[in-house]
Each structure stands twice: as C-alpha cells, then as structure tokens.
Design a binder for this molecule. Structure first.
Ligand SMILES: Nc1ncnc2c1ncn2[C@@H]1O[C@H](COP(=O)(O)OP(=O)(O)O)[C@@H](O)[C@H]1O
Ligand SMILES: [Mg+2]
Length: 299
C-alpha cells in the first residue's frame, strides 16, 4: 500500500503542478466551486433499505433539477440495477483496467439519474496499482464534472473494506431500522469510522410510526453522543410501507410509481433537508480530496 499511496500522492502533485504550469488553475477552482456533493449511504447491517433509499433520493434530487449520479458500490444481492430495472453492461472495473471511460459505463437510470456500477473495482481500492488508481481518479473527476450530486450506495459496513472506504467520505448517511441488531451494528459502524471530520446523519427506515422512529433515533444518537462523542444528525425517517415492497417487485422506484405514498413523502422531506443543509462541506466534498485522505489514512 505504501507504494500505491506514494504513487497517488505523486500523481496528484504532478497534476497540480501541471495545472499551475498550463494556467488552468482558474478553471479547476471554478469546477470545484460548483461543489459536487458526495454522499455515501451505508449501514451496519444489510437489508435495511440503503439501495431503495439511495435510488429514490437520487430521483427526487434529479427532480429538483440536479444532475445526479448513483454509484453502486454494493457487491451484495439487492443492487441498484435491480431496483432501477436496468442491466449495466460495464462497471468501474472496466474503467480501472483502462478499457472503458466512465461515460461509457454510466447507464441512464430512471428519471435521468446516471447509474455507475462499481463492480469489484471500487471496494478493492487498496489493491489497485498506480495505473488503476490513475484511471479511478480520472473517472471520478469526470463524474464530478457532470454531477451535482454523487450518491454512493455501499454494502453493510462492518468487517470489510467498505468501512475503510466510507471512513473518509465527507457526508455519510447511516440507515437504521427499529430492529435492535440494526441499531447495535450501526453503533459499531460509527465507532469504527476512523476519520472524525465527516458529517454523519441517520435515516430511520421501516418504522411503524413517527413515535417509534423518534425512539430509535434517540436510542442511537444518545449512545453515539455519550460513548463515542459523535453527534449524529437526524435526516428523517421512512415508515414501513407496502408500496415500497410492491414497487420493488415491479422494478419501478416507489417515488415514481407511488409518489403520494408515505415512503415517497418521507423521501421528499429528506431530499429537502439535504438540499437545504448548509453544513455540508465545500472544499472537502471533492472526491479527489477524499481519495487523498483515504490513501494517507492507509499509508
Ligand atoms: N420503508 C420500507 N417499507 C417496507 N419495506 C421496506 C422498506 N424499506 C426497505 N424495505 C424492504 O427491505 C428490503 C431491502 O431493501 P434494500 O434497499 O435492498 O436494502 P439494503 O440495500 O440495505 O440491503 C427491500 O427489498 C424491501 O422488501
Ligand atoms: Mg443494497
């Protein structure tokens, strides 16, 4: 990893020097001012609704007029492509090997959301050689150019490279359900997030009532606050809703199929809250700085 870390740092430094030489500095800072927001959606335990939340949230943000890309970094079963009803031909794996550009790989998903399949490449970040890192970095720069929001749907975070990956994301949404195992696993996840500079928010999914959602939220955030000294922001809750299950069967995201359902109205509120929160980091939300931090943290 040391060599890779060094290679990436050199690459970033060379790119910076090149920009300064060619006078493209202004262009670059302009781009960074556009401020793409990277949001990583994760959980302690699998099957809590991450993929559905990611995709439906992406569609809502798209409907606000933003350019939205979803990166499917979950290697598990319920992938974004299944929920979105698409069949991606390529993934970041092809990009990393230098065989496809990220634009070739991005599929048109519902409502004009772009979907990039992570393949095995993304989560094996630690094993990439410098060529592959170069390709990945370029791919993310390209995605940043064409996206206002990039939502990354990860697998469950405990005991895997996912954890390392999400540790350095600036905006993290942890999805929790009222299931006690989901709460304790989410707590363990937060405990293991190495960087302390990220915004961590929570969404309570599959609550029977707003009262139950509030109780789960209190339980979770109080534990994180008291024992980990980490403030977790409440982003919202989504009720248990049969429409979610029906929409999955039909492979049409619930926000499109049942826009007035309880779940859709919750997504509306959450999207509004994301849109209006000023806490999200400006400079740090670039993926380049994320990768830099990631590599530094692993070297
Ligand atoms: N709000 C909800 N109401 C009812 N069922 C839900 C809700 N959210 C998720 N589910 C159920 O949970 C399953 C897992 O959701 P999914 O988004 O694939 O989770 P994850 O990505 O965390 O593994 C879905 O197939 C659906 O049956
Ligand atoms: Mg999933």
């Amino acid at each position: 990893m040391d060599d890779q870390a060094k290679a990436l740092r050199e690459m970033i430094e060379n790119a910076r020097m090149e920009r300064e030489k060619t006078g493209k500095v202004d262009l670059i800072s302009l781009k960074e001012n556009r401020n793409t927001r990277f949001i990583t959606i994760t959980s302690g335990k699998g099957g809590v609704g991450k993929t559905n939340i990611t995709l439906n949230l992406a569609i809502k943000l798209r409907k606000f007029g933003h350019r939205v890309t979803v990166i499917d970094a979950d290697l598990g079963l319920s992938n974004v492509d299944v929920v979105a009803g698409i069949l991606p031909k390529y993934s970041l794996y092809d990009v990393i090997r230098g065989e496809k550009s990220v634009v070739d790989v991005a599929e048109d998903g519902p409502a004009g959301v772009k979907i990039v399949s992570g393949g095995s490449g993304l989560l094996e970040l630690v094993d990439l050689d410098s060529f592959q890192l170069d390709m990945l970095l370029e791919a993310f720069e390209e995605l940043e150019r064409v996206s206002d929001y990039i939502l990354i749907d990860t697998g469950a975070g405990i005991n895997s490279s996912v954890l390392k990956f999400i540790s350095f994301a600036s905006d993290i949404i942890v999805v929790v359900t009222p299931d006690p195992a989901s709460i304790t696993d989410a707590y363990a996840l937060v405990k293991n997030i190495q960087s302390r500079e990220n915004n961590i928010s929570v969404i309570i999914n599959r609550a029977e009532s707003s009262k139950e959602a509030k109780e789960v939220y209190e339980k979770f955030t109080t534990a994180c606050d008291r024992f980990l000294k980490r403030k977790i922001k409440k982003l919202g809750f989504i009720l248990e809703d049969q429409n979610v299950i029906d929409s999955i069967k039909q492979q049409i995201p619930f926000i499109l199929k049942y826009p007035n359902s309880k779940a859709s109205r919750s997504i509306d509120l959450i999207a509004n809250s994301i849109e209006n929160s000023s806490e999200h980091i400006v400079e740090k939300s670039s993926f380049k700085s994320f990768l830099k931090a990631f590599v530094k943290g692993n070297s």
